[in-house]
Write a new protein. Sequence first.
Length: 393
Amino acid sequence: MNDRLSTSWGTYDLTRFPADPRDRLRAWSAADAYLLRHLAGEEGAPAVDLAGTVAILGDRWGALTTALAEYAPVQITDSFLAREATRANLARAGRTPDETRLLTSRDTPPAPGSVDVLLVRVPKSLALLEDQLHRIAPALHEGTVVVGTGMVTEIHTSTLEAFERIVGPTKTSLARQKARLIFCTPDPSRATGPSPWPRTYTLPADSGAGAGLTVVNHAGIFCADRLDIGTRFFLQHLPRARGGAHVVDLGCGNGVLGTAASVADPDATVTFIDESFQAVASAEATFRANAAPDAKAAFVAGDALAAVPPGTVDLVLNNPPFHSHQATTGATAWRMFSGARAALRPGGELWVIGNRHLGYHVQLRKLFGNAQVVASDPKFVVLRAVKGERGGR
């Protein structure tokens, strides 16, 4: 969906990534617009001086980075899709990539004391916010202007406590269009210590193919302190790959599915894919902690299976998300399923777990012409779809 954002710096046609004319989800929010109005001095306070080094943490689809491109901001994101959306939106606005610096959540943050303005788009995950504030805090100085933004439903007492504990004294604005700003004054004298992430735990004996595995979770990964019940159910019914198979753990999260597949079949080659850089780092750490020294694996931050050559995969394991930030959408699952069909060899299989009410079997039958229920309980269903012998249904 093209949706125009009007600001003091210009008007921008912004899209999410991958761009889809059928997608009705907007590429910016009232929280982005509120922050930009505040920076421009349109909310009653003086305009913020953006002449120094500007860092933008968690820009969802590049709206903030695109609007402020003339200040050569540093963007730090955990999302591959957000980074690609930023590149596309910058190009659409007539900006070149070298005008900004695009970093991931796993890259080295800006140098100590170098950031003069820090803008934070509050993420859904409190753990990710805490981890990223820990990482960016050394780059702040006493005069750094720190402004966060988010929808009212995204900013909680725990959000403000994280800013207060890690950065310095914190207060909030009045709400505008269900959005709110966070104002924080850095206190370089406080020693917050290193980030408490990643965290590690061992899977219990009732975890099926995952029993006894060591799981490593970086901040922001779903169910960071324990195995979620859906993945546990999937592990109890995980298929065993044929010797030497190419397995893809799609939307890998902490990588426990692909790691279990590798441990069960050391001759398999496993590709771990997620759009979160934190997830890919978690998957690699989990794999290294459990797999045989000569086990073969690749770790990819990307857009589903877009980077995987067609007809090269034997088995895809998938626990698809059904949220894009706060919005509920089936577009991500559909993209994963259709990408899996293209990537699979004839006779290759896609195994999916999902909540029963999501109706994934309908989508799989449209794409593959078949969908078998492998296992189910009152909440979850495990489905298997097989690609036809000549690539057809």
